[in-house]
Design a protein around this ligand. Sequence first.
Ligand code: FPP
Length: 243
Amino acid sequence: MTDNPQSSAGPRHIAIVMDGNGRWASQRGRPRTAGHHAGAKSVRAVVEHAVELNVEVLTLFAFSSENWQRPPTEVQVLMDLFLRTIRRELAELRKNGVRLKFIGNRDNLSGNLRSSMAQAEELTAGNSRLELVVAVDYGGRWDIFNAARRLALDCAEGRLDVQQLTEADYASRLSLASHPAPDLFIRTGSEKRVSNFLLWDLAYSELYFTDVLWPDFDAACLQAAVEWYAGRNRRFGRVHASG
Ligand code: FPP
């Protein structure tokens, strides 16, 4: 994982917490699930604009490790929506040069969803215009714990010497090890927290919070966030980015 010292060059990696679907629906007297359906349309708009902006990686938090605690009907609607969205959008994503990758624990997902995810990853593996990373049953703590467990196993089974371990040995076992770190983190829906998203990866990300609810977040909203990012002075703990 590498940090990008340039903000004026535009973000290489944008990570988004898509919050506010339920409130968007409630404001319209509709069930929360209507907000998730509307939210899927924002995903399409944002992916298209990210391609236009030459963003390399766009990571979306679709379902957290904690979201299983929502009412079972809402969880089911979300799972169905993921499955249908993958099936519906796959051809368009392939045409636009988008590579799909899923991160998170797949063990508790349905067989149908797991195989659609694997198939989408395989069919888009040769694309390089934008990598769309979708986090499903993902938690930053899960990711960190997993990496630690893998590292411990490699030490216990003699593949690595614990005395020689480096930070890079650890980081290389995280879900986004081979990706640039997110330059810009966006959270919609007013809340100002990271909510167990990419905890390790966000160390030096610029954090952008907006009151816009996710179903209302469109290309212009993404543009506004990217323009805000362009004005940031990224220092990574130093006095100047280049110092
Ligand atoms: C948070 O809003 C949103 C989610 C937990 C689900 C996000 C899913 C989508 C946008 C659907 C489509 C996604 C893909 C990748 C196909 P919330 O329900 O917590 O809203 P609230 O805070 O207003 O209750």
